[in-house]
Design a protein around this ligand. Sequence first.
Ligand code: NAD
Ligand code: DAU
Length: 367
Amino acid sequence: MKTYLVTGGAGFIGSNFVLYMLRKHDDIRIVNVDALTYAGNLENLASIEGDDRHVFLHADIRDEKAMSDALATYQPDYVINFAAESHVDRSIADPGIFADTNVMGTVNLLNCCRAAWDDGKGGFGDHRYLQVGTDEVYGTLAIPEKINPDGSPADPEHTDYFRETTPLNPHSPYSASKTSADLFVKAYHDTYGFPAVITRCSNNYGPFQFPEKLIPLMIHNALNHRELPVYGDGLNVRDWLYVDDHCKAIDMVATGGRLGEVYNVGGHNERANIYIVKTIIAEVAKVTGDEAVNEGLIRHVTDRAGHDRRYGMAPDKIREELGWYPETPYEEGIVKTIRWYLDNPEWVDHVTSGSYQEYYARMYDGR
Ligand code: NAD
Ligand code: DAU
């Protein structure tokens, strides 16, 4: 039986990964380490309560003793590092915590794994470390001249994508911190032979995503007849991936990826933000039959500072080496996601009460 130590497993992607892995594999154990920041929520894991293949540890990846103890106690075969501060707008408002958690937390985890896994002969046995990274480290691609009716880029010569060889060029404090973390992981591999692999994924969406991110925020606001705040002209493009497709990629790279390598994960599901918002309006209106949910709710607001224009991934390497491909078209994934938010009003109520209201006012009032 293999043991996975997953950090950030009470957050959006981490909790989906824990649930995905326990659905797919009978013979594993998951040790879930999470500091339970505003983004961590044990309600995401309610469906596996009582499943003794899952152990939750309330701990911080920056805490050397806690991480060393966890590694010694549970002897994981794999460590998957999801834990991070993940929201770009928060990083613009308060960059320091992004350096602390995303950079120093990763370095601490690497040090603890290195010490725990050292076999005394310059090796690390069969252990493997996977760093969950982002396409934002590559910076931005140019916006296409034309957009198709489905919101995707329309230029016939449109061939520029992020590849694993694309130079790193982060713009926001969030992406700078994630780039720095990736470079530490690479340095530990190159210097110490540390058994690490890095994935870099595009924008995820799906159940349990905190409504500070575009898709859940727009669903939540539409359901409550609140304005839908579109930054700038709404023509920034993101490459959307349904979260389970990302979980599958991480599962495959953790066990089958080549050490020291980077794997881009993305959906070829590029859509302009304004298109995303309009599809959410249309689908919410259809499902609820509520005529007050219409495009009159859209409000263009001040753009995000340093706003990357377009992300678009070429996931060729992971497809060629491991056979992974994105299985969920955006049009299918968005319907599943909206239905999940409609079917889980208690979850939404809990995460949007209290400090969420203060956050929302700070970010959006007067914007
Ligand atoms: P999230 O903000 O929803 O969850 C982050 C989790 O990490 C939370 O549970 C939080 O409590 C935990 N955490 C934060 N600081 C911690 C610390 N010091 N110690 C232990 N736990 C801590 O984030 P997410 O969207 O699920 O993203 C997960 C990872 O995937 C991040 O590394 C992010 O950079 C990366 N990523 C996200 C996306 C996306 O679209 N959301 C895309 C590509 C990569
Ligand atoms: O690309 C991967 C990244 O995707 C991850 O590494 C990050 O953790 C994740 O947060 C996400 O970053 P983005 O900045 O792309 O996601 P966000 O949902 O914040 O914004 C998506 C787009 O929508 C972006 O162009 C900004 C825009 N936007 C966002 C919000 C919250 C709006 O127009 N209005 C909004 O209110």
